[in-house]
Ligand binder design. Structure first.
Ligand code: AR6
Length: 183
């Protein structure tokens, strides 16, 4: 999958299940234990197979706002980047900065491992309760800022699992690129 001239910002919003995507790396919305869980974490572990959990358990956990890499096992993706988003507690707990740092750290790890195509779920927007509109703005802005300074990533797919998430991501991207959003 390569960037095209019709997508100069190298960000694409897609729907569907992240575990099916043929990208170099998929990002997981994990928790600090890295021991698996529900939501997208559960889906990634189920699709990757037991080797993923085994590798995760040897990583010693991961602090909120940070990320760690494993292999992709039975996923089409070569790598899983496990990012730990913040739990939404009303916004006074540095949640916005921590969410932004998940995106930044994940992309840095992708570059370090030579992953040129990366897919993100909407980190913290499920069980962790981060308001989706604000989370989408932070996610898109942070990815766009990273891509501006790095030519080593060809394409970032931002996965909107469900209509509300997809629409929030599309609106955030449209307002960043100055085009019109979804109808
Ligand atoms: N593909 C793409 N996106 C998905 C998929 C999928 N297969 N499944 C869910 N989503 P969540 P969090 C979306 O709850 O809020 C876990 O138990 C989902 O609709 O997975 O960061 C972890 O172990 C939502 O938009 O992650 C942690 O304990 C987004 O992924 C905790 O949940 C994130 O929702 C992390 O909570």
């Amino acid at each position: 999958m390569a960037a095209t001239n019709s997508n100069p910002c190298r960000i694409e919003i897609v729907g569907g299940d992240i575990t099916r995507l043929e990208v170099d790396a998929v990002v997981n919305a994990a928790n600090p234990t890295l021991a698996g869980g529900g939501g997208v974490d559960g889906a990634i572990h189920a699709a990757a197979g037991p080797g993923l959990l085994e590798e995760c358990l040897g990583l010693g956990g991961c602090p909120t706002g940070s990320a760690k890499v494993t292999g992709g096992y039975d996923l089409p993706a070569r790598f899983v980047i496990h990012a730990v988003g913040p739990i939404w507690r009303g916004g006074a707990g540095n949640e916005e900065a921590l969410l932004a740092s998940c995106y930044r750290n994940s992309l840095s790890l992708a570059v370090e491992h030579g992953a040129r195509t990366v897919a993100f779920p909407a980190i913290s927007c499920g069980v962790y309760g981060f308001p989706i509109v604000r989370a989408a703005e932070i996610a898109v802005a942070e990815v766009a800022a990273f891509l501006e300074t790095s030519a080593e990533i060809d394409l970032v797919l931002m996965v909107g699992f469900g209509e509300e998430t997809r629409s929030a991501l599309e609106t955030a991207l449209a307002s960043l690129t100055g085009t019109s959003g979804p109808e």
